[in-house]
Design a protein around this ligand. Structure first.
Ligand code: SME
Length: 150
């Protein structure tokens, strides 16, 4: 976490800082196959894809609140761990290789402002250790959210 703090502090701006965090998570953890941040656009009622890194782009660059595993976590404010995406009716497919997923909300001032979404190509890739770690990462990302008026 201290390394991530340093990456954020040395980045030229918030978007670059968030990108460095995403890249670092992807590079350091073999089971974080695709790592992205969605930010909430409250006016549109949607999640909007921010920085991401992984083998492929996702077609889901905007996800309505409540839709998919991402939309569910945004509404509930709870971390979602899905061991087998094919068994979860909420799942919005992005990549044919994905077997499991973890979505961790990012909070600011008591509200969900975004989330970390990580996809894995192994079943049951994520556990409570990932959840607790990523919840701490989410707290570092909260100040980097895009804000109205820049
Ligand atoms: N699988 C997500 C959609 C985002 S992609 O994984 C990048 C979901 O079900 O909400």
């Amino acid at each position: 976490l201290n390394l991530l703090r340093t990456l954020i502090a040395e980045a030229p701006g918030p978007e670059a800082g968030a990108q460095r965090v995403v890249d670092e998570l992807h590079n350091r953890f073999g089971h974080y196959d695709w790592v992205g941040i969605y930010w909430i656009d409250a006016d549109a009622g949607e999640l909007v894809l921010g920085p991401w890194t992984g083998p492929e782009a996702t077609e889901h660059t905007r996800i309505p609140l409540g839709v998919g595993i991402c939309g569910a976590a945004a509404v509930s404010g709870r971390t979602e761990i899905v061991d087998d995406v094919s068994a979860d009716p909420r799942y919005l497919a992005c990549f044919a290789s994905t077997r499991s997923e973890i979505v961790v909300p990012i909070f600011a001032e008591g509200q969900v402002v975004g989330e970390i979404d990580i996809d894995g190509s192994d079943a049951s890739a994520y556990d409570e250790t990932d959840a607790r770690f990523l919840e701490e990462v989410a707290a570092l990302l909260a100040p980097l959210r895009p804000r109205a008026g820049g």
